[in-house]
Design a protein around this ligand. Structure first.
Ligand code: ADE
Length: 223
């Protein structure tokens, strides 16, 4: 999978993309992430990418021209399955959406900024808009990193133990069961006996029951 991210803050991705599973996925060659500095596509001598809104109002608006230049260049090089804009008024990201995106070959994520972007970008270039939650971030970079992370870990070959993505919370519309590790008795705080029994069938049944119980209690809207 190839992910192209258009942003005015490419440095913001250094942390999330250079560690752990996302880093490994790139080293394995399963994922390519390309960051594009939007300012490089500005034709303006000051490399501006925003301007005051027509009709007045507070804040600056991302201009169509640099975004169009960047997207057109990328589209001339390959076909894109989706061109995503990160926005608090987009469709809420969930596990199903992440699963669907993980099946795609090439995607672009445009990080929103300022008071918004020229509506013509949304109308003519963007194929879907995604929000990562009902709150407003300072920009779309963190949202883009969250989207990329949730998608990348689902691509076959990214996780060492393939079943571990399948057993994630939400993957089967249930949250994960409780997990424990050594020691089995920490100052009297004991691990449930059943997990020490070695009986895989009984353990799996217990985990499933725990998942159902937890989902009912913590996330009843999922049932
Ligand atoms: N940009 C600002 N807030 C956002 C959010 N909640 N989701 C996606 N992009 C955003």
């Amino acid at each position: 999978m190839r992910i192209d991210i258009i942003t005015i803050f490419p440095e913001m991705f250094e942390g999330p993309f250079n560690h752990s599973i996302v880093k490994r996925s790139q080293q394995k060659g399963v994922v390519e992430i390309h960051l594009h500095q939007l300012r490089d596509y500005s034709t303006n001598k000051h490399k501006n990418v925003d301007d005051a809104p027509f009709g007045g109002g507070a804040g600056m608006v991302m201009m169509i021209e640099p975004v169009a230049n960047c997207i057109e260049k990328l589209k001339a090089e390959r076909n894109y399955d989706s061109i995503i804009y990160t926005s608090p008024d987009g469709e809420l990201l969930n596990q199903k959406k992440a699963n669907n995106l993980s099946l795609l070959k090439n995607i672009i994520i445009l990080c929103g900024h300022y008071k918004g972007i020229d509506e013509r970008i949304r109308e003519h270039y963007i194929t879907e808009e995604i929000s990562i939650g009902n709150y407003v971030l300072s920009g779309g970079e963190l949202a883009a990193a969250v989207i990329a992370d949730s998608v990348i870990r689902l691509i076959p070959g990214v996780l060492n133990d393939e079943t571990s993505a399948l057993s994630d919370s939400f993957q089967d519309d249930l949250v994960s069961p409780p997990t424990y590790t050594r020691p089995s008795d920490y100052k009297g705080l004991k691990v449930p006996e059943i997990l020490l029994s070695g009986n895989e069938k009984v353990i799996n049944q217990w985990k499933h029951e725990q998942s159902v119980e937890r989902t009912k209690k913590r996330r009843p809207e999922m049932i």
